[in-house]
Ligand binder design. Structure first.
Ligand SMILES: [Zn+2]
Length: 148
């Protein structure tokens, strides 16, 4: 029976990780996985494969993080020995600060017009015939007035 396409890719990804000295079973499902050049001053001048892996205790077992809720994760890097499959794409979760910065930009975009009381962004099209009262649907979601 032919293997499914995602299964083929999963196996290829595991083989690639193994070829780079990484045990695929130590990699969480949503782990960051990306390639970066060595920093200036690093005696190694090649590229690093950066990734997240389960932190293992002295017995080689996974353990929980400091909150006791999730598996403990650590960031690691290893010299890139084998290039990834051509279909592979790097994966890097946004940081909390990046997400907060995006929220700040959204809030700056959707602000209440001091004269009309409407959302400036949502009402800008066809103004003054089209107005969206403050708080607009976007801000209502951000402040939890509406559930998405
Ligand atoms: Zn708006």
């Amino acid at each position: 029976m032919a293997q499914s396409w995602p299964e083929d890719r999963r196996k290829a990804l595991c083989a690639w990780l193994t070829a780079n000295g990484i045990n695929p079973s130590h990699i969480p499902r949503d782990a960051d996985l990306y390639i970066e050049p060595a920093e200036d001053g690093d005696p190694y001048t090649g590229r690093y494969l950066r990734y997240e892996a389960f932190h293992l205790n002295a017995d080689g077992h996974r353990h929980r993080d400091e909150r006791g809720l999730n598996a403990a994760i650590e960031r690691r890097r290893t010299p890139l020995l084998v290039d990834p499959p051509d279909w592979w794409e790097p994966y890097r979760k946004p940081t909390r600060q990046q997400l907060l910065d995006i929220l700040t930009k959204i809030r700056a975009l959707h602000r209440q017009n001091e004269h009309t009381g409407d959302c400036e962004h949502c009402s800008e099209r066809d103004y003054p015939d089209y107005s969206v009262p403050w708080p607009c649907p976007t801000i209502r979601i951000l402040i939890g007035m509406d559930q998405p």
